[in-house]
Design a protein around this ligand. Structure first.
Ligand code: GMT
Length: 379
């Protein structure tokens, strides 16, 4: 198949999933055309069967806001026509699903029918999408997509609950590439970070409010009072400064390291004893899955798709959002009970294996084929 992929090229989960999906499809022989405003963060090397089309939206003195959507729609039209694509797959509803609808109508006027699949990722539904400024367009463009997928059952339900949707939503969960995410020996890292054999707790996110990174620091404080430990905070974003202030206030800056955006997260996960993800909302929790693939048990909140990834009492523990005491209690229990910790490590890996890219990619391929076939019949 010839597939066009539209996504945010930044470090966010939706862009990561879109890029890894595209690379996986390309490896299976499909031609994959990325249409984005800059080179996707995980697409920096040459990859066979992968093409990159940059969207540029020229500035003009009249524009207070550059009309990116217009430029993107024009680029979609151009790439679909010239490259003779079979399908457009857009990730994150805002604005991609609406722009795809526009491109589809333009192409139809030129005699080409291009089926559009929209993948819902999370905040496009649960946070931003619900906002009255966007909701009517989000709802309309989901209904007008030829296929709609959500990354978890929970997100599917949230979508039906929040919008007036008359389209079927297929759940295709996020996935993990074990050739990259697996436990490897990084003892030299471990020695550098925890020279006296301290336990290593890790959090990875984009430091947005929804991630509740402050909770991570407060959980760590409680763990630290019982167990010699270190905290690694990976990623960056709007809450970083405030989290740094919290670390200073509780006087634990010397035990907490802010590592910023890291390319090789798997190398740090390889030395982790626990992964903390206390988010207020999480449609899937790809960061947790990546940790589990590296055999790291999870301490998480019990929201959204996290309940489908982290299994309470097996791969980690789930607590109510903001229940720092419970999360700390669970973390301490796990770190102090070596046998249980080891068992959770094994379970985490087994659970992550269900989301192996090798199992999930064929679901997308089958879904594409179905959408293309239905679109041909309904034309
Ligand atoms: O987590 C974020 O805020 C980034 C966001 C995105 O779209 O880039 O992540 C969402 O999509 C990821 C990939 O499908 C999911 O793993 C995350 O759970 C989801 N984030 C939220 O729902 C908050």
């Amino acid at each position: 198949m010839k597939i066009g992929i539209v996504c945010y090229p930044t470090y966010g989960g939706s862009g990561v999933v879109a890029t890894e999906l595209g690379k996986g499809l390309a490896q299976k022989g499909h031609s994959v055309h990325f249409i984005t405003y800059s080179q996707p963060a995980r697409l920096l090397n040459f990859t066979e069967n992968v093409y990159y089309h940059e969207v540029s939206s020229p500035d003009y003195p009249l524009f207070e806001y550059t009309p990116y959507e217009t430029a993107l729609a024009s680029k979609m039209v151009d790439v679909v026509s010239y490259e003779k694509l079979d399908l457009l797959h857009v990730h994150y509803a805002i604005p991609h699903a609406a722009v795809a609808y526009m491109a589809k109508k333009i192409l139809l006027a030129q005699g080409t029918y291009i089926p559009v699949v929209t993948t819902l990722h999370g905040t496009d539904i649960t946070l931003v999408g619900k906002n009255a400024s966007y909701a009517p367009v989000v709802s309309f463009s989901i209904n007008k997509s030829d296929g709609v997928t959500a990354v978890s059952e929970s997100l599917k339900q949230d979508t039906y609950n929040s919008f007036d949707i008359n389209n079927h939503i297929e759940v295709i969960p996020n996935f993990i590439d074990f050739s990259r995410f697996r436990k490897t020996n990084k003892d030299h890292f471990k020695k550098a970070i925890a020279p006296n054999g301290e336990k290593i707790l890790v959090h990875v996110s984009n430091f947005r409010k929804v991630k509740r990174v402050d909770d991570v620091v407060h959980i760590f404080k409680k763990v630290y009072s019982k167990i010699p430990s270190k905290l690694l905070l990976i990623g960056d974003g709007p809450e970083r400064q405030s989290v740094e202030r919290t670390c200073r206030e509780i006087g634990l800056c010397h035990e907490i390291r802010f590592l910023g955006k890291q390319q090789a997260v798997e190398e740090l996960l390889a030395i982790a004893d626990l992964f903390i993800i206390p988010s207020a909302s999480e449609s899937f929790g790809l960061a947790a899955l990546e940790a589990m693939a590296c055999e790291v048990p999870i301490i998480s909140s019990d929201v959204g798709g996290l309940t489908e990834v982290n299994i309470h009492g097996q791969t980690g523990f789930l607590s109510k959002v903001g229940d720092i005491d419970d999360m700390a209690k669970n973390a301490i229990h796990l770190l102090q009970t070596e046998e249980l910790h080891q068992k959770f490590r094994v379970n985490a890996l087994a659970q992550a294996q269900k989301f192996d890219i090798g199992n999930i990619l064929p679901l997308y391929e089958k879904y594409y084929e179905r959408v293309i076939q239905e679109a041909t019949v309904n034309q």
